[in-house]
Design a protein around this ligand. Structure first.
Ligand code: CA
Length: 244
């Protein structure tokens, strides 16, 4: 991943969506890929997009995606072959196949090969988002429903955070950091892992980005009266622990 260009786009700030779940789009039609990326980002996901099977192989080999959206007709190969390769190598990333081929045989082939769902083009963005969320909710999927640490409750699908009775409105990356900390309550998460989870391959990454987000998040949790707090493990990362 380090070899891929970071720094193409500046951090956008307030307008950016809350991300924690990371998705891969494999789609060669630029217009559709852009639509997908915007739609899924607006729904709260971190999204990377590639247009070739070869690129998909590269990024999938180094990045743990929570789900992938896979077009079948790609310039350097067939999405179905890519999918069967992935499954043969033991990669279980949930895959939503996107295809213009609406023949029943193609759907069956896709599901037999290890696709978890499919959607026929043209599709409504709202349906794609709903199907993607459904994939992530499946057993083994990335989305738990409610995470709880002390009096902090995180609804990972609605992206709502409550501390006791107080609803907390968090920017995308703070919310993502909190989710990861809550998923590993009491365990240290290395800073590098947070960086990998939080930033898409196009995002510029400043060296102090994570500490700054953690600083703000910690302050907000304290102010809201949270009964869990973020500890910094110097030189390693962060952990969330309940206050006893
Ligand atoms: Ca295509």
């Amino acid at each position: 991943m380090k070899s891929m260009a970071r720094g193409v786009r500046p951090l956008v700030g307030a307008k950016q969506v809350k991300a924690s779940v990371r998705l891969l789009i494999v789609e060669d039609e630029v217009r559709i890929a852009e639509l997908l990326k915007h739609g899924l980002e607006a729904a709260g996901f971190a999204v990377d997009a590639v247009r070739l099977c070869a690129d998909a192989r590269d990024v999938l080999s180094v990045t743990g995606y929570d789900a992938a959206i896979l077009d079948l007709g790609l310039p350097d190969g067939d999405g179905i072959s890519l999918l069967s390769e992935l499954r043969a190598s033991g990669n279980r990333v949930p895959v939503l196949v996107l295809t213009a081929r609406d023949a029943v045989e193609d759907r069956v082939l896709g599901l037999d090969t290890g696709a978890d769902d499919y959607l026929v083009k043209p599709f409504a963005m709202s349906e794609l988002v709903a199907r993607t969320k459904a994939l992530l909710r499946r057993p083994g999927g990335a989305l738990g429903v409610l995470l709880k640490s002390g009096n902090i409750v995180f609804d990972t699908i609605g992206r709502d955070v409550c501390v006791g009775e107080t609803s907390l409105s968090l920017p995308r990356r703070e919310s993502a950091i909190l989710e990861h900390l809550m998923r590993r309550l009491g365990r240290v998460i290395p800073k590098a892992v947070l960086e990998e989870k939080l930033y898409g391959i196009d995002d510029e990454l400043e060296s102090n980005a994570i500490p700054v987000h953690v600083h703000h998040l910690r302050r907000k949790l304290q102010d809201a009266g949270a009964s869990a707090e973020i500890h910094t493990v110097r030189g390693v990362g962060y952990l969330l622990a309940e206050i006893r």
